[in-house]
Design a protein around this ligand. Sequence first.
Ligand code: XMP
Length: 519
Amino acid sequence: MNKEKLLEKIIIVDYGSQFTQLIARKIRECGVYSEIINFQKIKNLINDKTIKGIILSGGPLTITKKKSVALNNNILKLNIPILGICYGHQILAKKFGGKIKISNEREFGHAILQSNSKSLITKNFFKKNKTLVWMSHQDIVHKIPGGFKKVASSNNSKNAIIVNEKKKYYGVQFHPEVSHTHNGKILIKNFLFRICKVKKTWSLKNQKKNLITDIRSKVKNNKVICALSGGVDSSVVALLLKKAVGNKLTCIFINTGLLRKNEEHEVVHNFKKRLKLKLIYVDASSIFLSRLKNINNPETKRKIIGKLFIQLFEKYAKKIKNVKFLAQGTLYPDLIESKTVTGSPSSKIKSHHNVGGLPKKMNLKLIEPLNSLFKDEVRKLGKELSLSKDLLLRHPFPGPGLAIRIPGKITKEKINILKEADYVFINELRNSNLYNNIWQAYAALLPLKTVGVMGDKRTYEYTCLLRAVTSEDGMTADFFPFSKKFFQEVSNKIINSVSGINRVVYDITTKPPSTIELE
Ligand code: XMP
């Protein structure tokens, strides 16, 4: 029998939450193996003695409608601990006679959670009976089911944690898997080790070996091209492939003309000279610009870019014999925001260029070894593969590049203005030793001209938006709290050195409700 089948595990039942894989990765961080199952595909699991606990994810569904999804009886038959999160909390409550209603007060973002009574699930979770949690819901459990007690509440969610200690059923309205919930990992660890008593069997070292073996058995004697952007993800993919298939790999780097200042030269230098990878450099900047001419709609932009990328990869793949595969550094968040992964009803947020932007018909088969991982896990994997620190710590940069940082129509003039502004901003971050404290930072050019005054003259120029966020995985984010001095310096430098901009603004929204990129 396959050894993996014998590993103790946690089953995550996916109801379509944006955060389901985040639950899986938090569990991985604790060294525990987990599997995600779509809620529509739950079968009888009673004979699987390796399942030590069940987590019910959140999701965009509502339990307040007559025809809503109920908790599947096959889950209860297992007679093992259950942790319901957000929507999972609500269906757990409903199953045992609790009442759910649509609240007048939505709770999105941070909320203060007050402890009301003790429980195994909240051991070491609160500080002085309080903690900060991340909420994302409108429905609430307003009547607790029989056999359960209230353990914590927030302003708009009076039954934010409910438990049935005897049955080992736990429901939490907030998201402990999200890094912005303080001590969320402690709550998850309590569930895994104090309640489920599951064993640790997962490690990143094993994961690296498994990924290399998987690639080797998929590629066999064929050749692979790797879509290289110069960022951490595609670099890690290229190194995994180099280890797995050696010189059957050719990397292709496309200059879309939507890259940051000097980026194309840096990428070519890093990959040809430093990592000694076989690299084809394609300057496609004029064709990208002409296809994007007069395009306003963010999704159309993404689709055009995705399609053109693939056309170019296919064109260059034909120049090499026997190429069957295209490898790319798609991460899990790219997948979840572009489409639903397990078939559950998660909402489409945007088409990430290397996923939702791909044409339906493609001649190359995809290899995406990182598609169940998150950015920080990929960075750790990169470290295992000896990727240099400067490459590992680069801020993420999206495939569609500056196109999604210029809302509205894209022109060469706007791209040039933005390249300069972004260059000034990022240099300021580096000079102030802030670059590595920030998960991602960039400048965007808003399609908004306003009046200013410079040297006693009226100006009518573009607005530059600065965005800098802290995050662990790109799924949630908070804006970085710069000092007034930093803002003054960066704003002065941008206005003084970039012509075409007369106003600088800072984006102070979190994700959710915003996203990190503007489009
Ligand atoms: P959002 O804007 O969805 O971004 O909050 C989350 C993270 O994903 C990056 N991003 C992309 N990366 N192709 C990529 O390779 C894309 O199409 C894409 N869109 C967004 C974004 O920069 C952030 O790090």
